[in-house]
Design a protein around this ligand. Structure first.
Ligand code: FAD
Length: 374
C-alpha cells in the first residue's frame, strides 16, 4: 500500500489520476464534502508518507532541502486537478514539516507510524471568538476553545493546532481526534473550496499529554518558517491558475474564437500572469527550502510571492470571465467551479500587511537569487 515511488515519478502518477481527481472535485462541490478518493489515490502512491525524512520511510519532499522543487511540482499538479484536495494535502505536509522541524525524534517516528496507520495531518490555527487555550501544565493539561476554518474538520485525525497557555506565546499541539469529536464540517457555506470540508472543531475538555506538545512556546511564530510555509499554498493556487489558462485556450479553440485578436490578447495575458506566478513560486520554494538564506530575505520573498500569485490568480479569473463570457458562468462548465475555488483559496491572511512588510524589508536591499549560489 505504501510502495514509495521516486519524487518525479510521484508527480507523474498523480498527474495520471487527473480525470478521477477532477471528477471527485466536481462531485464534492457542496458544503462539507471531503475527497476520500483523492486521499486514497495519494496514499496508494506514497504521497502521504513522502514529506517525511528518509530515515523514517519518507522521501524528504518538503522536509529536506533537495525536495523543494519536487514538492512544488506535486502541489501544483494536485491543485490543477482539485484545489480542495491540494489545500488538504498542503495542510498535511505543513503539519509534518513543523513536527520534523521542531519535534523530537520520537515525535517524528510517531508521526510516521500514524501516517502508515492511515491518519491524515492538518494545520488548524485560525481562531474564532473562543480561541483555543492550553490549561494547566505537565501531564494534567487540557484544551478549551475552538478552531475555525479548519479544513477537514470532521475527518482529519491528527491536526496540529496552536493553543494559548496562561503565560507566554502559543504552543503547538498534535491533537489525536476520533469520531467522537465536537466538530461541524461547515462554517456557514463558503462559495468555493466546498470539497475541503472547511469547518469548526471544539477542543474543550480534551486532555493533552506532554508527548503531544511540539517544540517550545512561540516556535509556531518563529521566522522564517512562519512566513516561508506560505510558498506551498502558492504552489497549490498555481495549479488552479494552470487549469484556468488551459481552459481559456481549450474552450476558445473549441468554439472557433481563439483566432480573434482580442481573445488572443487574453490568452497572451493569461500566459504572462501564469508564468509570473510560476517564477515567483519557484523562487519562493528554492529560498524557503534551501536552508541557507537570511531569514528576513526568505520571509519577505515568500510574502511578495504570495501577493504576486494572488494578483496573477485574480487576473486570470477576470480574463477567464471575459474570454468565455456567460458560458463560463454555467454550472455545467468546470471553469465556473474552478473560478469559485480559486477565488476563495486566494483569500489568505493579512495580504496588506504581507505586502507592506515585504516592501519595507526590500527597500534598502535587493532580493536574493537562489539560483546563483553564493
Ligand atoms: C478553503 C480554505 C481553507 C482553510 N483551511 C484552513 C485550515 O485548515 N486551517 C486554518 O488554520 N485556517 C484555514 N483557513 C483560513 C485561512 O488560513 C485564513 O485565516 C483565511 O483565509 C484568512 O482570510 P481573510 O480574507 O479573512 O483574511 P484577513 O486577514 O481577515 O484579511 C481580509 C482583509 O482585511 C485586511 N486586514 C487584516 N487584518 C486587518 C486589521 N487588523 N485591520 C484592518 N484590516 C485588516 C486584510 O489586509 C484584507 O484586506 C482556510 C481558508 C480557506 C479559504
Amino acid at each position: 500500500m505504501f510502495d514509495a515511488v521516486p519524487a518525479t515519478a510521484l508527480v507523474e502518477v498523480v498527474a495520471g489520476h487527473f480525470d478521477a481527481l477532477d471528477a471527485e472535485a466536481a462531485r464534492l462541490d457542496r458544503d462539507g464534502g471531503f475527497p476520500d478518493e483523492g486521499f486514497g489515490l495519494l496514499r496508494a502512491a506514497g504521497a502521504l508518507l513522502a514529506p517525511l525524512p528518509r530515515h523514517v520511510g519518507g522521501q524528504g519532499i518538503g522536509t529536506e532541502p533537495a525536495g523543494g522543487l519536487a514538492l512544488l511540482s506535486l502541489l501544483r499538479t494536485i491543485g490543477r486537478a482539485s484545489l480542495s484536495l491540494g489545500r488538504l494535502y498542503e495542510g498535511h505536509v505543513n503539519a509534518l514539516k513543523l513536527i520534523v522541524h521542531y519535534g523530537t525524534d520520537a515525535q517524528v517516528a510517531t508521526a510516521a507510524d500514524d501516517v502508515r496507520d492511515g491518519h491524515v495531518f492538518g494545520i488548524w490555527v485560525t481562531e474564532g471568538p473562543d480561541p483555543v487555550r492550553l490549561i494547566g501544565t505537565g501531564a494534567t493539561s487540557h484544551l478549551a476553545g475552538e478552531k475555525l476554518f479548519a479544513s477537514g474538520a470532521c475527518v482529519l485525525t491528527r491536526p496540529l493546532i496552536t493553543a494559548q497557555p496562561a503565560d507566554g506565546p502559543p504552543r503547538m499541539v498534535v491533537a489525536r481526534l476520533g469520531s467522537d469529536r465536537n466538530a461541524s464540517p461547515t462554517v456557514g457555506g463558503l462559495t468555493g473550496m466546498r470539497g475541503a470540508a472547511t469547518g469548526r472543531c471544539d477542543f474543550t475538555g480534551m486532555p493533552i499529554v506532554p508527548e503531544q506538545r511540539v517544540g517550545a512556546p512561540g516556535d509556531y511564530l518563529r521566522q522564517p518558517e512562519f512566513s516561508a510555509g506560505a510558498w506551498r499554498g502558492i504552489a497549490v493556487a498555481l495549479g488552479g491558475i494552470d487549469r484556468l489558462v488551459d481552459t481559456i485556450r481549450d474552450q476558445l479553440a473549441r468554439r472557433g474564437r481563439a483566432g480573434n485578436p482580442h481573445q488572443a490578447v487574453r490568452i497572451g495575458e493569461a500566459l504572462i500572469a501564469r508564468e509570473t506566478a510560476s517564477m515567483w513560486a519557484r523562487r519562493a520554494a528554492l529560498l524557503a527550502e534551501g536552508g541557507m538564506f537570511e531569514p528576513g530575505d526568505v520571509a519577505a520573498t515568500v510574502n511578495l510571492a504570495r501577493i504576486a500569485c494572488e494578483q496573477a490568480g485574480l487576473t486570470v479569473i477576470q480574463l477567464t470571465q471575459r474570454a468565455l463570457g456567460l458560458q463560463g458562468f454555467l454550472q455545467t462548465n468546470q471553469a465556473e467551479r474552478v473560478m469559485r475555488d480559486l477565488a476563495t483559496y486566494l483569500r489568505q491572511p493579512a495580504p496588506d500587511e504581507t505586502l507592506v512588510e515585504a516592501a519595507m524589508w526590500f527597500t534598502g536591499r535587493d532580493l536574493p537569487d537562489p539560483e546563483r549560489r553564493p
